[in-house]
Design a protein around this ligand. Structure first.
Ligand code: HEC
Length: 162
């Protein structure tokens, strides 16, 4: 408990500097994610995340998220309000009891996630508010980060159920 209290300010300060950097540069440089050790998916894009629930992919995705997304979407995928809450993407899917319906729900969220992560988003002045990762992320990288976000979504749902 005490240890947590002592490390928290350090994390806060780190985040402030990280975000200042993000705003100073207007964007952040996408970093490739090393996915060696995961079963390769190949060049053709698959429809749904083959790594969902895969512990190794989740760990790799967590690392990739930390380096690429946390500055805007928040540490541990907990949005601080700078950018949308990514834990909402598949929040409706986790509690579905019908397996086919649940698979379809996750597939929808995968498709949406993939599209925005690869292409980014521009505001009305044509400036990227959400950077595009299509030039640096492999298919394995995209699905690892999504596996991490889905695993965090499940964790939050489990917490809220208690
Ligand atoms: C420079 C800040 C920034 C970084 C870094 C960033 N994003 Fe975003 N992201 C945004 C903003 C801002 C939006 C909202 C854009 C809009 O709707 O106009 C957004 C939107 C999204 C959305 C759509 C969310 C929704 O609810 O519609 C997804 C998915 C997403 N980002 C994924 C990622 C992933 C994955 C990464 C890391 C690989 C990442 N983002 C890195 C700023 C960022």
């Amino acid at each position: 408990m005490q240890a947590t209290q002592r490390t928290r300010p350090a994390i806060g300060i780190f985040l402030v500097f990280f975000m200042l950097q993000v705003f100073a540069h207007g964007d952040v440089t996408p970093h490739p994610i090393d996915t060696s050790g995961l079963k390769p998916i190949g060049a053709d894009w698959v429809q749904t995340n083959p790594y969902r629930g895969n512990e190794k992919a989740i760990a790799i995705g967590a690392e990739g998220y930390m380096h690429n997304c946390a500055g805007c979407h928040g540490l541990n995928a907990e949005s601080g309000g700078v950018a949308p809450d990514l834990l909402k993407l598949a929040a409706d899917c986790v509690d579905m009891s019908n397996k086919a319906q649940q698979d379809a729900c996750f597939a929808d969220s995968d498709d949406y996630f993939k599209g925005i992560t690869l292409s980014g988003k521009k505001n009305s002045e044509g400036r990227y508010t959400m950077p595009a990762y299509g030039a640096v992320f492999t298919q394995e990288a995209v699905w690892s980060v999504k596996a991490y976000i889905d695993s965090r979504t499940r964790e939050e749902a489990a917490k809220n159920a208690h």
